[in-house]
Design a protein around this ligand. Structure first.
Ligand code: GDP
Length: 427
């Protein structure tokens, strides 16, 4: 069996949120496709692995059927684990949507480049604000007639009241959409015809036609980030140009901080990317951005729960294996091969297969059966799952969604039974 120890700083638990039809499914499928290719390249013979994956995809399509799918993305030679939590497509204000937001640490919001910010996107945006979920945006479908990246950026300001940080400038539009200028690296990323076959994009100098617009937006980027980050502000005032690393770090800090409790009333700060999931242009830089700018489980310093039988007594847990076990069941699914699977996010401690834990809500002992990480094309049995992990567990008899599994000697309840009142959408 595979080892389970995760480097928590290298884990991203994310959701993909969108208005219906904006391209959530397509983007997710592209992510699973590219992470499959990217991960296999590290392991097996390059060409063959890519081919296998392509053939598989052509045969049956890669679809996300699991409540949480684990994939891997290598950035600067380091492997990252990305768990994609399926947030319900139809926003119907149910507890299920709220719960899925609760178990993720960050999200990608997908917009349709033609329609821009639609009513449903506003609803999910506000829900994510309420749960303090940091977000990056992906303006999709730039290949479509009538797509307008900067109109969508304006709508992020006007409709969502957020502070967008434009990270890319598109090169070409509609049928002629060719690539983007990366405003941190000040390079053009251009997708060749080969990109459709799973190749990476080419990194080239910014075309002369785009140097001026790139310069303008680069200045805006540094200025906006400086308004949100003290370290950048100092450099800005001293007229120093930040390095790539300094910019990456500052954007990450500001993105995560803007959804914190202290800054709840200030605009949410969100890096904005663009492309077309459909034609495979833009999803790889988006994956880089997920790793660079969205938080890891370690960025949540404490997880609050409460004492059994007393909602007013707060119990804190830290995202560490040395803490007592605290895990939340967030979805129950029936797998055609395995039967009943309970999807669980482990917040603290470690959960071993075969061990006894306490369902602290029901006051019942439960035995943990087999534990799986669910991948797009396979499931991986693991002996245990630790803080930060999202896994599927077999064998739980009495646990329903929203219930906490904890260490018997240190019970805690993670979720209060009363949810905040739903936001009523005004059409
Ligand atoms: P979801 O409802 O948000 O999951 O949206 P889907 O991923 O199912 O996409 C909705 C429709 O838009 C489908 O017909 C997709 O093929 C199409 N689509 C998705 N992404 C793009 C894109 O980048 N460009 C174009 N032209 N069509 C796209």
């Amino acid at each position: 069996m595979a080892t389970t120890a995760l480097d928590l700083a290298r884990v991203r638990n994310i959701g993909i949120m969108a208005h219906i039809d904006a391209g959530k499914t397509t983007t997710t499928e592209r992510i699973l496709f590219y992470t499959g290719v990217n991960y296999k390249i590290g392991e097996v013979h390059e060409g063959a692995a890519t081919m296998d994956w392509m053939e598989q995809e052509q045969e049956r399509g890669i679809t996300i059927t699991s409540a949480a799918t684990t994939c891997h993305w290598t950035l600067e030679d380091v492997d990252n684990t990305i768990n994609i939590i399926d947030t319900p497509g139809h926003v119907d204000f149910t507890v299920e949507v709220e719960r899925s937001l609760r178990v993720l640490d960050g999200a990608v919001t997908v917009f349709d480049g033609v329609a821009g910010v639609e009513p449903q996107s506003e609803t999910v945006w506000r829900q994510a604000d309420r749960y303090g979920v940091p977000r990056i945006c992906f303006v999709n479908k730039l290949d479509r007639t009538g797509a307008e990246f900067f109109r969508c950026v304006d709508m992020i300001v006007d409709r969502l009241g957020a502070t967008p940080l434009v990270m890319q400038v598109p090169i070409g539009a509609e049928a002629d959409f060719q690539g983007v200028v990366d405003l941190v690296r000040m390079k053009a990323l251009v997708w060749s015809a080969e990109a459709a076959k799973g190749e990476m994009y080419d990194v080239v100098d910014i075309p002369a036609t785009h140097t001026e617009i790139a310069q303008t937006w680069r200045e805006k980027l540094v200025e906006t980030i400086s308004e949100h980050d003290e370290e950048m502000m100092e450099m800005f005032l001293e007229g120093q140009e930040p390095s790539e690393e300094q910019l990456f770090a500052a954007i990450r800090r500001a993105t995560i901080a803007s959804t914190s409790e202290e800054k709840k009333d200030e605009p949410t700060f969100t890096p904005v990317f663009c492309g077309t999931a459909f034609k495979n242009k833009g999803v790889q830089p988006l994956l880089d951005a997920v790793v660079r700018y969205l938080p890891s489980p370690l960025d949540r310093e404490v997880i609050e729960g409460h004492k059994v039988g007393d909602e007013s007594t707060v119990i804190e847990r830290r995202p560490a294996e040395t803490e007592p076990l605290a895990a939340l069941a967030f979805k129950i699914m029936s797998d055609p091969h395995l039967g009943k699977l309970t999807f669980v996010r482990v917040y603290s401690g470690r959960m071993e297969s075969g061990s006894a834990v306490l369902n602290s809500v029901k006051g019942k002992k439960e035995r943990i059966g087999k534990i799986y990480r669910m991948h797009a094309n396979k499931r991986e049995e693991i002996p245990s799952a630790g803080a930060g992990d999202i896994v599927a567990v077999m064998g739980l008899k009495d646990t329903t969604t929203g219930e906490t599994l904890s260490d018997s000697a240190n019970p805690v309840i993670l979720e209060s039974m009363t949810f905040p009142a739903p936001v009523i959408q005004v059409a």
